[in-house]
Design a protein around this ligand. Structure first.
Ligand code: ADP
Length: 447
């Protein structure tokens, strides 16, 4: 059993992990950059270690600094949160080489799923339905044009190493192919150091539906239903809910079993998310994320489970504390991502918080590292909080979200709260009638 774990992250997700550890009687070590010396995760952890200057590459991404912090404090395991080193197979290997435990999947799982081409091939073999597209990588423009003709336009060119919505370009017609192909390759190269790309049919009206899976690393795995994350801006999620308003119990059981069986077969350990596009009643795999996701609380809300606690348990070699039959959906949950950004352009808006008041009451959870007088540094992600509400049904969750947003006070910086106030007034949002393109169109028309 672990006595002490280190959290290789910052912000709300670091707090999330510290809280789970404390409830389990495990001490926590925070790491921080010089810019984060006063951050909430540092204050809340049992111990903290400064690991470098503000830039993420010299601190939260510095593998030697993080391993040293473990050695100095005697932490036995590392929770990576999301982002930073959470899906870095090389890091996992180094952690294991130092006789420490990585709280997450194996380096091999991360490597397989981190390359989207290998991930798709693996999923296909495991019986998971995929988006039609090129057979693996597309080496040159000539081949790309051939593939475009074969699968039919529009198509999307994707960097195999891509993530966070980067390295993806749509070609509406053959005329767009050259530009899209070159741009996707260039973005893959500059953001991820890998210019390999592949091509998929570009679906025009899908929803983004992702299945939460969890494995014990010994051939047992379950699914925890789906999250609908269709409301996106620039391929990035802003509003997530569970269960998906368009998914029936039969569809959930069927695709959920396909996913749980697939990860069981590869002895997957810990939390994972299998992402699909869903159109006309069909699921099409796009990628798997081998980490805890930002939007995991909506799943926790409807199933009444603690996914971080579960991650720590299986990393300790304990069995999962639930089986498939124990997982029963209760009500509906919605999460909105509150970013320090100025509308309408969503420009990052770091600065000092002059007043912060979190909403509360029945069915409300606010995961945030803000406090009065805190200064949001300009070096990191603009996510400053996640507001999660849970109700007996979707209508109650919507009403609760509206009420909770009204209670939230974040003064001193601009935030995305006004976006959610406006969205909740939209009949399509109230009824769940949207696909992955809905928000972009709405923003064009309204902001
Ligand atoms: P990332 O790893 O950058 O998050 P994903 O492959 O998960 O990239 O895709 C992110 C989003 O991009 C999806 O949720 C969807 O909105 C859009 N997208 C990806 N593939 C397709 C496709 N074949 N057709 C239409 N939209 C797509």
């Amino acid at each position: 059993m672990f006595d002490k774990i280190l959290i290789a992250n910052r912000g709300e997700i670091a707090l999330r992990v510290i809280r789970a550890a404390r409830e389990m009687g495990i001490a926590s070590v925070a790491v921080h950059s010089t810019a984060d010396a006063d951050a909430m995760h540092v204050r809340m952890a049992d111990e903290s270690v400064c690991i470098g200057p503000p830039q993420g590459t010299s601190s939260y991404l510095s593998i030697p600094a993080i391993i040293s912090a473990c050695e100095i404090t005697g932490a036995q395991a590392i929770h990576p949160g999301y982002g930073f080193l959470s899906e870095n197979a090389n890091f996992v290997q180094i952690v294991e080489d130092h006789d420490l435990t990585f709280i997450g999947p194996t380096a091999q799982h991360i490597r397989t799923m981190g390359d989207k081409i290998t991930a798709k091939d693996t999923m296909k073999e495991l019986g998971v339905p995929c988006v039609p597209g090129s057979d693996g990588g597309v080496p040159d423009l000539e081949t790309a044009k051939k593939v475009g003709e074969e699968i039919g336009y529009p198509v999307i060119i994707k960097a195999t190493a891509g993530g966070g919505g980067k390295g993806m370009k749509v070609a509406q017609t053959a005329d767009d192919m050259e530009m899209a192909f070159r741009t996707a390759r260039a973005e893959g190269k500059s953001n991820f150091g890998n210019d390999e790309v592949y091509i998929e049919k570009y679906l025009t009206t899908p929803r983004h539906i992702e299945i939460q899976v969890f494995g014990d690393g010994k051939g047992k795995a379950v699914h925890l239903g789906e999250r609908d994350c269709s409301l996106q801006r620039r391929h990035q999620k802003v509003f997530e809910e569970a269960p998906g308003p368009s998914i029936s119990a039969e569809e959930r059981a069927k695709i959920g079993k396909v996913c749980a069986d697939a990860v069981a077969k590869i002895d997957y350990i810990g939390a994972g998310t299998i992402e699909f596009l869903y159109e006309n009643g069909e699921f099409y795999f796009i990628e798997m994320n081998t980490r805890l996701q930002v939007e995991h609380p909506v799943t926790e809300a409807i199933f009444g489970v603690d996914l971080v606690r579960e991650q720590i348990r299986v990393a300790e070699g304990l069995p999962m504390s639930f089986g498939q039959d124990d997982l029963v959906i209760n009500g509906h949950a919605i999460e909105v991502r509150i970013n320090a950004e100025k509308l309408p352009n969503f420009a990052p808006c770091p600065g000092k918080i002059t007043q912060y008041h979190a909403p509360g009451g029945l069915g409300v959870r606010m995961d945030s590292a803000l406090y009065d007088g805190y200064s949001i540094p300009p070096y990191y992600d603009s996510l400053i909080g996640k507001l999660i509400v849970h109700g007996r049904d979707r209508n109650e969750a919507i009403a609760r979200l509206s009420r909770a947003l009204g209670e939230l006070i974040v003064d001193g910086v601009d935030t995305t709260v006004p976006l959610f106030d406006a969205l909740l007034a939209e009949p399509d949002v109230q009824t769940g009638n949207y696909n992955i393109h809905w928000l972009e169109r709405w923003l064009d028309d309204n902001m």
